[in-house]
Design a protein around this ligand. Sequence first.
Ligand SMILES: [Zn+2]
Length: 406
Amino acid sequence: MEKLVERFIRYARVNTQSDENSKSCPSTPGQIQLAQILVGELQDIGLTDVSMDGNGYVMAGLPANITKNLPVIGFIAHLDTSPDFKADRVNPQIVDHVGKGIVLNPRENIILSPIEFPIVNHYIGQKLITTDGTTLLGADNKAGIAEIVTAMDYLILHPEIKHGPVRIAFTPDEEIGRGADKFDVKKFFAQFAFTVDGGGIGEIEYENFNAAKAKIVIQGLNVHPGTAKNKMKNSMLIAMELNSMLPASEVPEHTEAYEGFYHLTDFSGNVDSTVVNYIIRDHDAKAFDRKKDLMIRIVDHLNMKYGPRTVTLIMVDQYYNMKEKIEPVFHIVELAMKAISARGITPKIIPIRGGTDGSKLSYMGLPCPNLFTGGHNFHSRYEFIPIRSMEKAVEVIVKIVELNAL
Ligand SMILES: [Zn+2]
């Protein structure tokens, strides 16, 4: 397990921050750098068919060591880290958490405080890997990579554990929503897979939002305000009217768990014209359709009131709840829950309030729930991961492979 920590810290030091403004794949050269390191390492530990394709997708296989017809099982993690926070010169620290605030950076007085982040209290007495307070850590998702590599290494070194074929993949640009786009599901050749990209110990996720975005363009009519009576159409006020017809409680700041929302992401305009953008989210497919339907009806109403083509709506679906694709193969969630329980941890099923690469992959024919990495506070300077949680993630991966052969 020493190798696990060493691997994680080594990967974390490579700056693989993705960049939304880049059109290439991967979006940044650091991801290729890490992909190349991984290709060498996967060959060294003895995996087969190790490859990196032209888009930076790394794939490799662990052949079965028994002759029994077993489904091919996959594990997936992503190479990039979030563009949300500084990611160059990541300098991971190993600290003993004794229950007090953890000083990340004494010079700048940056503290991981148990008052601000009570989750850290769950790990008193454990060793945590933290940042030095100036960057993110990148446990999202280098912990996932280190855990998968270490689990494969362990299986190769312990041939007494009988297993079927396993496939692994490391993908670029997950954080900018492109991780699944160029994933070659056929080449990967697994019946089902797990992304190892979740949070705290024991978590397993197989439900995410249905998602759409709506762009609304409002064409007003600008006239001198002194002579505007019965003539002016103020596009900003029409946009505000539109927003006021949406349910006030269905916004991110008033919803949690399985509650969906309309989220106004930006608003820009003047009297003449206004553009507003929303994202629409709901776990439930019917409620999702109702939300989109309401948006259409509001726009129709405003066009009736202010004249045809005053309000234009462009609404497109972005991704869907993977639950629809997981429920028919629910044994894979049960397999993961069994493996988590077998390692002495209570499985926690949590609905994702967002999307994952796994949701897209599930719709591309590769059912793909998400397993915990053990990390917390992703995308921030307060990101941390307990070493014991990482070890448990490795054990769970090994156990899933082992139970799959029974
Ligand atoms: Zn991630």
